[in-house]
Each structure stands twice: as C-alpha cells, then as structure tokens.
Design a protein around this ligand. Structure first.
Ligand SMILES: [Zn+2]
Length: 452
C-alpha cells in the first residue's frame, strides 16, 4: 500500500510545457479577477459540522492523538517551555476559511475549527478518489481555484464541499483503497498542522500575521515548518500526504498569489505558501526521509515515497514562482466554471470483464507473482481461474459492486479476498489490492492488464 500512496497522494502533476505556453498566452488576453473579502461559512451547514463531530469525535480524539504521538516526541526542555497547551475546536474559524488553523499565543491555544478539519478530511478523500480511479486531476485543482476566487453567488449561490462539487459519492470511502490513502493523507496533514502550530507557541511567535513585517512573518513560518518536520521525524510519522494537501492549498490561494497585494496575502492566508518556504520544506523532508520511515513496515520503500513527495513539492515551488502561469490557470478555471466540476471522476459501469489478463500480485518483501487470469462473466457475477508460472492453478470468484470487482481467491488450500477497480472508460487495466482471509488489502497491491 505504501507504493500506491507514493503514486496516488503524491503524484500530482503540473502542466506540461505545452499547456504552460498556451495558458500563459490566454492569461495575457483575459483580464484579472480581484481579491475580495471572502466568507466560506456556507461551505458546510451547522448540521453537517455537528454530524462530523459526533461521528469522528475530534474534540476527544485529536487531544488524545496529540498526547500519544506528538507530546511524547517533545524533549523535556521543550515541554517545560511550552507549559500547558490547549486545543480548541470552534465550529468555524473567524472567516470560516477552509484552512483556518492557527495558534493563539496569548491563550497558549491551538485553534482547530471543525469546519477546517472536515474540509481537510473531504479534500483527502477527493485526492484519494481521483488517484485511485486514475482520474485527471484538473477538476480537483479547478475546484480549489474556484473556491478560493469566487464569491458564494458566483459559485452556486453557496459554496459546495469537495465531495458535493466534484460529484464524489458519499460512500467513497467504502472502497478500502480510497479509505486507506485518504486516512494517511489526512493524518499526515493534521499532524503537520499540529506540529507547526505547536512550534509557533514554542518560539513565541505573534499570532497575527498582518501586524508583522512580511520578512519576519515569513521567517516565523519557515521556523515553524522546520520544527514541525523535526518533530514528525522524532515521532517517525512520514509527511507523505502533506505534500498533496499543500498542492491543493496553493491552488486555493491562486487568486491571491496572482492578483493579491501583500496585505491581501497576509489577511486571507493564515499560512501562505511561497517559493522559499516550499523549497526549504522539500530540502528538510528529503534530508530526513530515513528518519520518518524507520517505523514503517518497509522503511526503504517509504523513504523512496518521501523522496518522490519531495519532488512533488519541488514542482510546487516552481509553480509558485510562475505568477503568470497561476494567473492564466485561474482564468481558465473561471472560464470552465462550477458546472465543469460535476461528475468529473465517476468510474463508468463497464459490463464486460470476460477475457485474458496478466494478473500481478505484489507483497512487500517478496518478488511479484505474475499469473495468467481468464475471467468469465454472467451479469454481475465474475468467475475464472488464474495460473501461476509453473502451472499452479487458483480460482477466482467475484461480483461487480459499484463499478468495482470484489473477489475471493483460492490457491492450494489458501484463500483470501481482493478488490479491483478500473480506470475511467476502460477495463484494460484494473488495479487494486488483495489480502489473506477476510482482508482485501493486507497482502498488497494487485493489477490485471487485459491481454486480449
Ligand atoms: Zn504558521
């Protein structure tokens, strides 16, 4: 699964040079939008926020998690300097902004609005969903740009959550692969936020960015980032999904990056991203990669994933430096509009799975097993055999549920389950996971590529 995470949560692609030139050209032709006082509180209703809290118990679970995994990674002198830190969970932040986490030094408190936690969780689900079903990520980036730059009226009368706007099914996380990658992404984002805010308290940084000279507030942000990564490396928590969330955050801020002045920047971004900040994060993350990975089941694989995430962040830094490109992308996003987002990444119902496949089962620490698999289909029921190199024969049986193949396998007295899903528009390549016993995931990734 670590391999999948590497390719899913971190494989965020930027524009190829060709697109870049076209976009820059369009950008010159069209006029800029303007930054305005935005209020994102229509993103979720109060009922939705209450439901989220009663389902996930942030107010109990996050303090507990912080105690177990973050507090314990602090050195004694740091604990003493910090003293008592309180976590606070208002329903919304001051502006109801999506990324509205901050540290209030006067009260020694880290503020984590429920709306921002829900948004980060939904965004992690969306990133995972697009990755799992191998969808083009442009609608996801477009959503973030529109959310950051449109008034609620322009948007749809009110803002829509990532799930709603992108037409992602509410039960998206029923797919164990979507769920796993979303969890890892969300957790890594949350831990980074917590450690970063803790650093602001530890270093006595003033909370109000707008009141500080820009150079100092930037220094403070970079110091908080460094400490956050240091703490995550001590706790051996890989910062994998964080990179993917940062990429989306930069799309959200596209309007301010492209058209805002310094005051807008500080006012509307509690944690603005800029080239030097992202570059420094990248360097630290890559330098510490083995430390983050040391408690993972396959440390060298996770280290490889972190290095690849670093490359994603490096691309992000390059992107942030290109204000003209950001401006043109934003213009293009606004031209596409909200309607473009709907049903952007729904796997199609494809009835016909019968055929011969190269079926590859991976298991960390072992060489891949490649088998020939022949499938037959009757309605929703799929059955077949798979034959290993050397001729050992296994049986596979499954059914189509929500455009995925849920299957059981049997081989020489062993049995287990698995899941395969296909990319949009084609059953030529199916990817998923397999496991022993009742697990569909505990062995690792698997893939079926149609041969005829
Ligand atoms: Zn900060």
């Amino acid at each position: 699964m670590r391999t999948r995470l590497r390719s899913l949560a971190c494989a965020v692609q930027y524009n190829r040079l060709h697109d870049k030139l076209i976009l820059a050209f369009i950008g010159v032709l069209l006029s800029a939008s303007s930054v305005f006082a935005q209020d994102w509180s229509s993103l979720y209703t109060q009922t939705e926020l209450v439901e989220q809290e009663s389902k996930y118990h942030y107010r109990q679970e996050i303090p507990r998690y912080t105690r177990d995994f973050i507090w314990s990674a602090l050195r004694l002198d740091e604990t003493q300097r910090l003293g008592n830190v309180t976590l606070e969970f208002p329903w919304r932040g001051a502006r109801g902004a999506p990324f509205d986490f901050y540290a209030d030094r006067s009260r020694q408190t880290i503020v984590l609005p429920i709306q921002s936690l829900k948004f980060m969780s939904d965004l992690a689900t969306a990133i995972s969903w697009f990755g799992t079903y191998r969808c083009d990520e442009t609608p996801l980036h477009t959503y973030m740009m529109l959310l950051g730059s449109m008034t609620p009226q322009e948007f749809n009368g009110e803002y829509e959550s990532p799930m709603e706007a992108l037409g992602i099914p509410v039960n998206a996380r029923d797919n164990p692969e979507v769920d796993h990658v979303a969890n890892v992404t969300y957790e890594s984002g949350l831990v980074f936020v917590l450690c970063h805010e803790l650093a602001h308290l530890l270093y006595h940084h003033p909370g109000n960015l707008a009141s500080l000279p820009r150079s100092i507030s930037r220094e403070n942000e970079m110091q908080a980032d460094s400490f956050a990564l240091e703490l995550m490396s001590r706790a051996a928590i890989p910062p994998l999904g964080m990179a993917a969330l940062m990429v989306e955050q930069s799309y959200f801020a596209a309007d301010i990056i492209a058209f805002g002045n310094d005051a807008d920047w500080e006012k509307y971004q509690t944690h603005p991203l800029w080239v030097q900040r992202v570059s420094k994060l990248t360097q630290s993350m890559q330098a510490m990669a083995p430390e983050f990975s040391r408690k993972q089941p396959n440390p060298s694989q996770t280290t490889g994933g972190i290095l690849q995430c670093g490359a994603t962040l490096q691309e992000l830094a390059t992107y942030l430096a290109d204000v003209d490109l950001i401006a043109s992308e934003l213009t293009l996003a606004r031209a596409r509009g909200v309607r473009y987002l709907k049903r952007a990444c729904l796997p199609q119902r494809i009835g016909e799975l019968a055929g011969l496949y190269d079926f590859t089962m991976s298991h960390p620490g072992f060489p891949d097993v490649v088998a020939q698999m022949e499938l037959e289909q009757a309605g929703e029921q799929v059955s077949g055999i798979y034959v290993l190199y050397g001729g050992t024969q296994g049986v596979i049986r499954g059914s189509l549920v929500d455009n995925r193949l849920l299957f059981e396998w049997e081989l020489q007295g062993l049995q287990g389950s698995g899941i395969l899903s296909w990319s949009q528009g084609s059953t030529g390549v199916m990817t998923g996971t397999w496991g022993y016993g009742f697990s569909r995931i505990n062995c690792g990734p698997c893939q079926a590529v149609r041969r005829r």
